[in-house]
Design a protein around this ligand. Structure first.
Ligand code: COA
Ligand code: AMP
Length: 633
């Protein structure tokens, strides 16, 4: 096998040869005419002319090649005390039949289908069934409220929605059906059908004529074969937080996506077909799409779909139990999960109760991996702990310590080196034509063309792609992250350059929260920042100025604001802190100084800009934050 350096260089100098080799690892119903068509940059097309089916490459192919009896998917749910295993043969049959059910509802190639499901195997089955018939799925995370779901319904215009009757969170059952009904009520677009998976924990009422029960649909259905689709046809849309309350619909194609995900399993994660890989995330996030569902199956691995939390289901040893019981070779999760475990079992004593001899590597991503968490994980698990960096937009890692080539020395706080295909550069924020010197922070950008598998466009919004990512630094994709590259070429990801915050590994827009707060009748203006949090990395914190003449108790208004964000965005926003202030710090031109407010909350030094309107406001904010315990010690 070539070295990392050889492959990385080749991926930049001969991208067509490099990715054609990777593409040959899949089965195509029609070979591509061209590997790369960059004639309409930044709308790069990979493998145009080629045809394949992603579901076929995930399932049927393995059955045909003798992997039928191997376990494809393990559903492990401490929430329901269930463990279920599906062989490749069983999963292929189940998916083919459910796909037949979808086809019987008239769903066909190119139609959109929203999937609003908890972490049950049917979530993956629904995704694969859509892929099988060429329908474009859009999974919406279960922790989002009805309004967020409605926004996605109006943008994707699905012909159908597949939903569970409920999700299970520790101590509460989340009723999905009322949220679904409310979302359809709120949206202008109405899906023709809803397919409802009735979970035993809660039965939902169905609306005759529109709602169909999953079981009933499958009972009547005939299995269907895979439909060949163009490599450049969309496989899915996944919405992610943008800089406003309107989420961006990242579109992923079929061909490039399958090629790089399969490639990444060996090269990034050092996993061979037949081995067990566990991404402890949720199918609602990109990590879940790529590394719970598609990549492990494309590579012929066993994947784990875990319905539980790192702590409390039942205890902080649950991850070790899953690793032991299913012979997990590599685990991928967010640092916040490890902070939660460490908080409850600081000495890592529970690890001793389990046999982790099969476990080789821990991968972390989703937020900055803080050195304390890495060191704790290294010492507790005695395996390499590898940070890697990526985004919903890219769909697979941009920066990683690619274990398949042999692990490079770990530098704490760095996701290591750029992954093949990504020409990452640090650009001067003031002058986009200049690169920053080694070791100096700038805007992180990727020279175009982006490698296969990355975002094709935004759903029905080509202009949005250019405006959001491609216009500020001509010839580059702007990641939205800031950081630097050191003398050894190691990447350091330091902060976002926009208003996105990262709460427990979940990407959220403070702009979106501000829109919700501003909609409260008593609010004149507001700002939301992400303050440092020991467990979740960051938590949102709102500062609110009330309309003149409002004289209701502050506590009542704060309570309403917290409820409002929970109802409009969802519990996942974890918005619990709001402060009523007299004024917000601004520049003379009226720009709110959110960055300085964040520094005050985090106890970091700051320099007020010369253009600040009234520096005394910063002292007021400092005092208010002190009263509620910020900065935290
Ligand atoms: N459906 C409904 N509600 C959900 C939900 C879902 N799928 N996921 C989370 N929520 C709710 C939680 O119940 C919680 O509600 P509460 O305010 O009533 O307590 C709220 O959303 C916030 O959730 P979260 O931020 O996840 O906090 P938590 O306290 O439940 O758990 C961690 C904290 C660290 C254990 C948890 O965030 C975790 O496991 N994170 C792993 C990170 C991860 O999976 N990242 C994905 C990218 S890799
Ligand atoms: P998401 O699209 O939800 O995957 O979030 C992507 C964002 O999370 C990135 O743009 C980063 O800001 C952050 N992120 C993800 N992984 C890392 C990492 N390993 N180190 C630092 N930040 C990360």
């Amino acid at each position: 096998m070539p070295t990392y350096e050889e492959d990385f260089q080749r991926s930049l100098t001969d991208p067509e040869g490099f990715w054609a080799d990777a593409a040959n690892e899949l089965k195509w119903s029609k070979k591509w005419d061209q590997v790369l068509d960059d004639s309409k940059s930044p709308f790069t097309r990979w493998f145009p002319g080629g045809e394949l089916n992603t579901c076929y490459n995930c399932l049927d192919r393995h059955v045909e090649e003798g992997r039928g009896e191997q376990t494809a998917l393990i559903y492990d749910s401490p929430m329901t005390n269930l463990v279920e295993k599906f062989s490749y043969r069983q999963l292929t049959e189940i998916v083919a039949r459910f796909a037949g059910g979808l086809a019987s509802l008239g769903i066909k190639k190119g139609d959109r289908v929203i999937i609003y499901m908890p972490m049950v195997p049917e979530a993956a089955i629904a995704m694969l069934a859509c892929a099988r018939i060429g329908a474009i799925h859009s999974v919406v995370f279960g922790g989002f409220a009805a309004k967020e779901l409605a926004t996605r319904i109006d943008d994707a215009k699905p012909v159908a929605i597949i939903a569970g009757s409920c999700g299970l969170e520790p101590g509460r059952v989340v009723e999905y059906k009322p949220l679904l009904d409310e979302a359809i009520e709120l949206s202008a677009h109405k899906p023709e059908n809803c397919v409802i998976l009735q979970r035993p924990e809660l039965k939902a009422d169905l609306i005759p004529g529109r709602d169909v029960e999953w079981k009933a649909l499958v009972a009547e259905a005939e299995p269907v074969d895979c439909v060949p689709v163009a490599a450049t046809d969309p496989l899915y849309i996944l919405y992610t937080s943008g800089t406003t309350g309107v989420p961006k619909g990242v579109v992923r194609d079929n061909g490039g996506h399958a090629v790089v995900l399969k490639w990444s399993m060996k090269h990034v994660y050092d996993i061979d077909p037949g081995e067990v890989f566990w991404a402890a995330s949720d199918v609602g996030w990109v990590v879940g799409h790529s590394y719970i569902v598609y990549a492990p199956l494309l590579h012929g691995c066993t994947t784990i779909l875990f319905e539980g939390k790192p702590v409390g289901t039942p205890d902080a040893g649950t991850f070790w139990r899953v690793i032991q019981d299913h012979n997990v070779k590599a685990l991928f999760t967010a640092p916040t999960a490890f902070r939660a475990i460490k908080q409850q079992d600081p000495e890592g004593k529970l690890v001793g109760n389990y046999d982790l001899s099969h476990f080789k590597t821990l991968f972390l991503a989703g937020e900055r991996a803080d050195p304390d968490t890495i060191i704790w994980a290294q010492e507790t698990l005695q395996v390499p702990v590898l940070d890697h960096w990526w985004q919903t937009e890219t769909g697979w890692p941009m920066g990683a310590n690619c274990a398949g080539y042999g692990i490079k020395p770990v530098k704490l706080g760095s996701p290591t080196l750029p992954v093949a295909g990504y020409d990452i550069q640090i650009i001067d924020e003031e002058d986009p034509s200049k690169q920053m010197p080694v070791g100096e922070i700038g805007v992180i950008a990727v020279k175009l063309p982006l490698p296969p598998g990355t975002l094709k466009t935004l759903w029905e919004n080509d202009e949005g792609l250019i405006k959001s990512y491609m216009s500020e630094i001509p010839g580059y994709y702007k990641t939205g992250d800031a950081g630097y590259i050191d003398e050894d070429g190691y990447l350091f990801i330091m902060a976002r350059t926009d208003d996105i915050i990262n709460v427990a590994g979940h990407r959220l827009s403070t702009g979106g929260m501000e829109e919700v707060l501003a909609g409260h009748k008593d609010v004149a203006e507001c700002a939301v920042i992400g303050a440092k949090d020991q467990l979740k990395g960051q938590i949102p914190m709102g500062f609110v100025v009330l309309n003149a003449g409002v004289n209701r108790p502050d506590a009542d208004i704060v309570k309403e604001l917290v409820t409002r964000v929970r109802e409009k965005i969802g519990p996942v926003a974890a918005f619990k802190e709001a402060m009523i202030v007299n004024r917000l710090p601004k520049t003379r031109s009226g720009k709110i100084l959110r960055g300085i407010m964040r520094k005050i909350a985090d106890g970091e030094p700051y320099n007020p800009p010369a253009t600040i309107d009234d520096p005394a406001i910063l002292d007021e904010i400092t005092e208010i934050l002190k009263k509620v315990g910020y900065p935290k010690q």
